[in-house]
Design a protein around this ligand. Structure first.
Ligand code: UDP
Length: 137
């Protein structure tokens, strides 16, 4: 059993497709162990994406992530980290496989609907960043 962090980004929240995205997870064997809708502050977004601080798109990524509320979840299940990445599809929706969340709901490489932890190690760090143990059930 693994846990991973998922974020429905501001573009997808604005499109009113929270339920459709959550259904992808539940229909594919992942359980929602924690869930909350949050308006990230600039400090939150900068800290969460600190690994990308030196990338040219960092400023725009932070601005985008604070442009509206996000929905943050802990997903639980067998191979949850990889399963979530498969369900998400490639970072650039133009390259995302048919039927993936990004192919169906994302507009561009920056407004790409969802975040998902890319390793078990990062999943633990990201879950701890957003959730207290008592919020994960
Ligand atoms: N991103 C961007 N421009 C790029 C590459 C990435 O705006 O050229 C954003 C995009 O929102 C992406 C996030 O930065 O989801 C993190 O990038 P990463 O390469 O880790 O992609 P992911 O793990 O989200 O697929």
């Amino acid at each position: 059993m693994e846990s991973t962090l998922s974020i429905i980004k501001p573009d997808a929240v604005a499109k009113n497709v929270i339920g459709k995205i959550v259904d992808r997870f539940e229909s594919n064997g992942l359980k929602i162990a924690a869930m909350k809708k949050v308006q990230l502050s600039q400090a939150d977004a900068e800290a969460f994406y600190a690994v990308h601080a030196s990338r040219p798109f960092f400023g725009e990524l932070v601005s985008f992530m604070i442009s509206g509320p996000v929905v943050i979840m802990v997903l639980e299940g067998e191979n949850a980290v990889l399963k979530n990445r498969d369900l998400m599809g490639a970072t650039n929706p133009k390259e995302a496989a048919k039927g993936t969340i990004r192919a169906d709901f994302a507009d561009s490489i920056d407004a790409n609907a969802v975040h998902g932890s890319d390793s078990l190690e990062n999943a633990k760090i990201e879950i701890d960043f957003f959730f207290a143990r008592r919020e994960i059930l």
